[in-house]
Design a protein around this ligand. Structure first.
Ligand SMILES: *[C@@H]1O[C@H](CO)[C@@H](O)[C@H](O)[C@H]1NC(C)=O
Ligand SMILES: *[C@@H]1O[C@H](CO)[C@@H](O)[C@H](O)[C@H]1NC(C)=O
Ligand SMILES: *[C@@H]1O[C@H](CO)[C@@H](O)[C@H](O)[C@H]1NC(C)=O
Ligand SMILES: *[C@@H]1O[C@H](CO)[C@@H](O)[C@H](O)[C@H]1NC(C)=O
Ligand SMILES: *[C@@H]1O[C@H](CO)[C@@H](O)[C@H](O)[C@H]1NC(C)=O
Length: 371
């Protein structure tokens, strides 16, 4: 499998063939792949989306490419990843982010969009994932500008890169989470689909300030029902699951596993998961077996957690998602007719290739498509 990747030295640098010359002329950059055909945009759609955020480095070589339909490249541009993904029929899309106040002016918006299309073309990419997580007030100039941005960028990409994909990342619920009051129906209509970030669901806690699951089962499902109740077609929703958890240092840890937290406010809420820090699944798996508690299961939230004592003697509680909690949510995604599933982020597993690590990573990929 890895032999196919080819080495940098074998990549074609010039434009020796007529076909390549045409590609180069239209985009301005030399195709970095061993075969010019691998620089063509991916146009087909598959029944079920598996949408992977990649944050860089080379662990993508160990992904389960039999499932992946789209990679959102949030790391440094990696032509090797582009060529490999295309050889598997998978799209690679840009990350799009801009301060919304800068695109309120229509001319500024048009200029920003043109730069994104140019960059995607130059890098032979297949679309863009718009990741704007900024605070916006309902019916503010930014509110209307954001919907207009998504409409205009989708039109531009679809026109300039046939078959390309434009998607938009939204919070776990449309209820102005983190003061992100967007026109969710307008944005959903305007793009190919929404990637629903069903994680960081404790970013704003108004009740008791204690450690909870990153993506509790019921809360996650409520978010989808709320989107669907706005008349957003389930086929416009891809479920995002976390491949990471939260490590909380407890002010107090009770015998019945209640970990109380200091109040760390976030966007108007008195208590937040910002009291903890994010840990990738691979790291969690290295710690769980040697923890005080071992892996425990919370039936109300349908999520695993464990407890450990740090070197200074403080108790911590770590909440995460594993194949069991993820497959429960994946079953709902399938049954509810969602467009697909994906994760933040693909690089979070232990890809070190020891037999325990291989088993772990395979189980996590498998959990996306429960039988
Ligand atoms: C338009 O963009 C320019 C430079 O990028 C910036 O200085 C200006 O403030 C923007 N205008 C608006 C109305 O956002
Ligand atoms: C939203 O409105 C509130 C109240 O008018 C204001 O204080 C806040 O700065 C606004 N936020 C943004 C991002 O415009
Ligand atoms: C949201 O966007 C849609 C489509 O552009 C529009 O029809 C609708 O009026 C907008 N909703 C609000 C509340 O502005
Ligand atoms: C942790 O324990 C589980 C269950 O006992 C086992 O399957 C797994 O391989 C262990 N993980 C490591 C890294 O030793
Ligand atoms: C989760 O939702 C189900 C179905 O609505 C309900 O029966 C159950 O009590 C809920 N569980 C929790 C912990 O809220």
């Amino acid at each position: 499998m890895r032999r196919l990747l080819g080495s940098g030295a074998r990549f074609s640098r010039g434009c020796p063939l007529l076909l390549l010359a045409l590609l180069c002329a239209s985009s301005g950059g030399a195709c970095p792949c061993s075969e010019p055909a691998l620089c063509r945009p991916i146009a087909g759609t598959r029944e079920f989306e598996v949408f992977v955020f990649d944050v860089g480095r080379k662990t993508w070589k160990f992904y389960d490419w039999s499932q992946i339909t789209t990679v959102a490249a949030f790391g440094k541009y990696d032509p090797e990843l582009l060529c490999y993904a295309h050889s598997k029929g998978s799209r690679v899309v840009l990350k799009g982010d801009v301060p919304v106040k800068e695109i309120v002016d229509p001319a500024n918006r048009t200029a920003w969009i043109a730069r994104q299309v140019d960059l995607a073309k130059k890098q032979y990419m297949d679309g863009i994932n718009i990741d704007i997580e900024q605070e916006i007030n309902e019916t503010s100039p930014e509110y209307y500008a954001l919907t207009a941005l998504v409409k205009e960028i989708t039109n531009a990409f679809h026109r300039e890169i046939p078959g390309s994909q434009v998607t938009f990342d939204v919070a776990w619920s449309p209820a102005c989470i983190d003061k992100r009051c967007y026109n969710y129906t307008g944005i959903a209509d305007a793009c190919d689909f929404l990637f629903v970030m069903s994680y960081d669901e404790q970013s704003q806690v108004w009740t008791e300030c204690i450690a909870r699951a990153n993506a509790p089962y019921n809360q996650t499902l409520e978010g989808y029902e709320d989107y669907i109740n706005l008349n957003i077609d389930p086929k416009k929703l891809v479920m995002g699951v976390p491949w990471y958890g939260y490590d909380y240092k407890c002010l107090d840890l009770s015998k019945d596993h209640v970990c109380s937290l200091p109040n760390v406010p976030f966007r108007g809420a008195p208590c937040s998961d910002a009291a903890g820090h994010q840990v990738p699944y691979g790291t969690i798996m290295k710690q769980v077996n040697s923890s005080i508690s071992g892996s425990l299961w919370d039936e109300a939230q349908k999520a695993p957690y464990y407890e450990y004592k740090d070197t200074l003697g403080h108790f911590h509680q770590v909440w995460y998602d594993d194949p069991q909690s993820i497959s429960l949510k994946a079953v709902y995604a399938k049954k509810r007719g969602l467009r697909g599933i994906g994760m933040w982020n693909g690089n979070s597993l232990d890809y070190s290739r020891g037999s325990a690590a291989v088993e772990q990573t395979e189980a996590m990929w498998r959990a996306l498509r429960p039988q």
